[in-house]
Structures are given as C-alpha cells and as structure tokens.
Design a protein around this ligand. Structure first.
Ligand code: HEM
Length: 463
C-alpha cells in the first residue's frame, strides 16, 4: 500500500477562514474593483488571517496582525521572497531585476552596494538640495496666489520629489522630463493595477500584440529612454560624483572584478527613480489634504515651524526639533500609507498565527488595514498626530505601524524620505496655507501606491 506523504503541519493546523465566492470566479473581481474596501470588509468578517479563493482553485492569503507581519517580514523572512509573486512579476517589465524586485544573494549584493548612498552623512548633504528645490518652487507659487489660481498639490509634489531624487542620487536635472515620467509612470501604474490578481497576467505581458502589453511596453520604452539618458550623460561627462549612480557605476564584483551590466544599471536607476519619488509625493499630498481638514492640527504645526525656524529655511539639524511636523507625517502615513499593500511569495509551507500556509502561496500584508486595527489604534479613522508621541509609540508593537515595511527588505529610502518630507512640509507650511477647493470629492486610488484619485486641487494663501 502506498501512502501520500503528509507533513506534520498539514495534519495539525487549520486553514485561515475566508470567503470562497461563487465558483468559478471566487472574489477576485471584488479585489480588483475595490482592494481597500474588500480587505477591510474581510478583516471585519474573518479577522487577522484570511484565506480567500481568488478564482478557480487559486487561493490568496491575507495577514493583518502585527505578529503576522513580524513573522513574515522579519522572523522567518528567508521563506518569503518577492518573486514569483504575480503582482510583483507584473512590475518586472518596468523595473527589471532592481532592488525592489530581486531576491536572494543577488539582492543582498545590490543592497550592500546601494546602502552607502543612503547613509546619514549623505542625507545630511542632500538636505540643502531638498530645501533649495522647495524654495524655488515656493517662489514660483507667488504668481498663483496673486491670481487666486488653485494648484494640483499631488502633481506639484511629484515634480518636486522627482527633481530631488534626480539631483541627489543621480546628479541630474530631471525637471524637463517630469511630465513625461509622470504620464508614462501613471499609465503603466494603471495598467498593472488593472491586471493585478488576474492569474497568469504576468505571462500575458509577454505576448506583444495584446493591448495591455502594448500599453505597458510603449510607456516603459519612454521611461527607459529617460534612464538611458541619465546613464549616458554621466558616462559622457566623465563626472566622478559620489552619488548613488556613481557608486553603482564604479562597483566591481569581488570575485570577477567585473562592473555592473548596462541592463542591471538600468534596472537599479529605474527602480530608484520610480520608488524614490512617487511614494514621498503622495505622502505629502495626503498630509496637505488632512491639514486642510484639521485646522487645529495645522495651527499647532505652524506654531512649531515658526518657533523652530524663525523665518529662515530649514536645515538638516532642524529635523530632530521638528517633532510635531514628524508626528503629523507619521499619522498621515498611518491613514494613507503610500505602500498600502506588501506582497510576498511563501516558498515553503509555514505556520502563521496558528494557521497552515502551504508552499508556493501568494501572500499580502496591508499597512492600510493594520494601521486601522482596533486592538492597536483607538478610533482608527480619526486623524490624531498625538498617537506618535514617544510614550504612545512605545505602547504599540513595532509591526502595528509599517509604512516602510520591515525586516531585511525595509525601505532603503526611509531616512531619505522622512528627512525630505519633514523639510518640505516645514518649508511649505512656513510660507503658505493650503486649502482644499470647496466641493472637492477626495477619493482614494489604490494603484501601486495609494494616490488621491484625479487632481487634488488646493488654493494657496501666503502667510
Ligand atoms: C514616504 C515614502 C516612502 C514609502 C512609504 C516607502 C515604502 C516602502 C516599502 C513599504 C518598502 C518595502 C516593500 C516590501 O517589503 O515589499 C519599500 C522598499 C523600497 N523603497 Fe521605499 N518608500 C518610500 C520612499 C522611498 C525613497 C525616497 C526611496 C529611494 C530614494 C525608496 C526606495 C525603495 C527601494 C529601492 C525599496 C526596495 C528595498 C529592498 O527591497 O531592498 N523608497 N519602500
């Protein structure tokens, strides 16, 4: 008699509860139409760990508890990779095998090479560029205040953060390309978000005549041209800058002495260009929206900024003193985490929160949902920066708040982004009050990042 080998875990552990939907379509469509509302609904109905049927016999796993986040991202991180997660595979035609999407020893080496560009000392040097670029933008706002014309704050922040990434990490002026990059990245973003969750959509993207493939390929080609331009310009100029691009270009393999291939250089530059600007831009855009809706918080913020800066531009050494400014940003990213979902592929079977998770499982964690977990956040929908006083922070488990992820794959740009967001917010608040245009319908658009849907029009009043 033959027996089917069954592991001890399989025998012991239950599957997480969750919806199966109607055969054959499962609950995939709900996910695609309204990912945030669907995850919140499932969280309320089934709790911290969920197994749902996406379509046919494909299942997905959701984990929302801080302990589960910690297990997957940190304690047992070696079991959980990025690839071949279907959503992340969809990103690969755009960012290739860059830091965000690579795994294993290859990823470790690339991360080690890139890390010095993000050291505290470098970020302190970047601070001057960050405030100078903001100051130039604020001067251009004078004419808007005179004419009473509103401004799309999301677009303004996208341009500013792209300019800063270009100057600090690649020593290049990207202002002329800002619209091209913005439009192409938005188009790719929308297409990828539409395909997310559809089984084998990543394979579909390899079929050149499909409309989705054409859309993604055309816009990726435009972005690739920008990236080639960045690399070419550096090669031709002979500039030996110690920025991220310089580090990547001069890196040599310890064993072979070979430099990074052009393709790999392209993938890393593309990854940083995209991951390094949109996330911070949407975090700032949501913050201005929240401040416009909460005048009491805005007043306290203005008082801090005026007190600390006394009318001058902020510098890096001001950052630790801008405590309330930091708390406002932290609370804004709690409610609107730019990376609203974190994806992993479970390579081997595992136990998470007492449940069985089989090998080759598709896993999603969600800062958006965990940041609303009622066991860790009182009245979760309320905007309240006081949640981020040192005392309150110490009361919560580390993984109840994870806008930058965690474990070895923690965002490499976390300090860069926080420094930038604090300096930009303080500089802007010091000079202008931003008010949401009356009658605006503000909606969430969860693409790859959590954007405001359409434009976020605000009027400016000089202070
Ligand atoms: C508010 C701004 C930002 C947020 C909320 C954010 C969020 C995140 C999150 C959640 C991850 C982890 C993803 C995962 O585990 O799957 C991540 C990774 C990453 N982020 Fe950020 N990020 C921000 C800004 C930046 C900036 C400014 C840069 C670069 C200049 C950057 C570059 C990256 C890269 C390269 C990775 C992949 C790191 C790795 O896996 O080694 N991010 N980010």
């Amino acid at each position: 008699m033959t027996t089917v080998p069954v592991t001890s875990q399989q025998q012991r552990l239950p599957h997480p509860p969750g919806p199966l939907g109607k055969w054959p379509q499962g609950v995939l469509k709900q996910f695609q139409d309204e990912p945030l509302a669907t995850m919140m609904k499932m969280f309320r109905e089934y709790g911290d760990a969920i197994r749902f049927r996406a379509v046919l016999h494909f299942y997905g796993y959701l984990f929302f508890h801080p302990d589960h986040n910690k297990h997957i991202l940190q304690d047992n991180n070696r079991n959980y990779t990025k690839m071949p997660h279907p959503s992340l595979s969809l990103l690969q035609p755009v960012v290739g095998n860059g830091l965000l999407t690579s795994d294993g020893d290859f990823w470790r080496r690339q991360r080690r090479l890139a890390a010095p560009a993000f050291h505290r000392k470098r970020i302190a040097e970047f601070a001057t560029t960050m405030t100078a670029a903001t100051d130039t933008m604020l001067k251009s706002w004078h004419s808007l205040t005179k004419n009473g014309r509103p401004l799309d704050i999301n677009e303004a922040m996208m341009h500013l953060t792209l300019e800063i990434v270009g100057e600090t990490l690649f020593s290049i002026d990207l202002t002329r390309e800002a619209d091209t990059i913005g439009d192409s990245f938005s188009a790719v973003n929308e297409e990828i978000a539409r395909l997310t969750g559809i089984p084998f959509a990543d394979l579909g993207l390899r079929i050149p005549f499909l409309p989705s493939t054409r859309q993604v390929n055309n816009h990726t080609a435009i972005l690739t041209q920008v990236v080639h331009g960045i690399i070419q310009e550096r090669r031709q100029s002979g500039l030996e800058a110690e920025d991220l691009l310089g580090m990547l270009m001069s890196a040599r393999d310890e064993d072979t002495g070979e430099g990074m291939s052009d393709q790999q250089l392209h993938d890393e530059v593309m990854t940083i260009m995209l991951a390094g600007h949109e996330t911070t831009a949407v975090a700032l855009a949501w913050t201005f929206y929240l401040l416009s809706e909460h005048p009491d918080v805005l007043e306290e913020l203005e008082a801090e900024v005026d007190g600390v800066l006394n009318g001058r531009l902020p510098i890096f050494d001001d950052v630790p003193n801008l405590r309330y400014t930091t708390m406002v940003l932290e609370e804004s990213m709690r409610l609107y985490p730019p990376a609203f979902a974190i994806a992993r592929w479970g390579n081997d079977e595992d136990e998470v929160g007492g449940y069985y998770v089989p090998k080759n499982s598709v896993i999603t964690m969600s800062p958006y949902v965990t940041h609303r977990h009622p066991d860790f956040w009182d009245a979760p929908e309320r905007f309240d920066p006081q949640r981020f006083t040192p005392e309150h922070k110490a009361e919560r488990p580390r993984y109840a708040y994870l806008p930058f992820g965690g474990g070895p794959r923690l965002c490499i740009g976390q300090s860069f982004a926080m420094t930038e967001a604090i300096l930009l917010l303080a500089s802007i608040v010091q000079q202008y009050r931003l008010t949401l245009m009356p009658g605006s319908q503000v909606e969430l658009e969860p693409l790859i990042t959590l954007r405001p849907k359409g434009q976020l029009m605000m009027t400016l009043t000089a202070r």
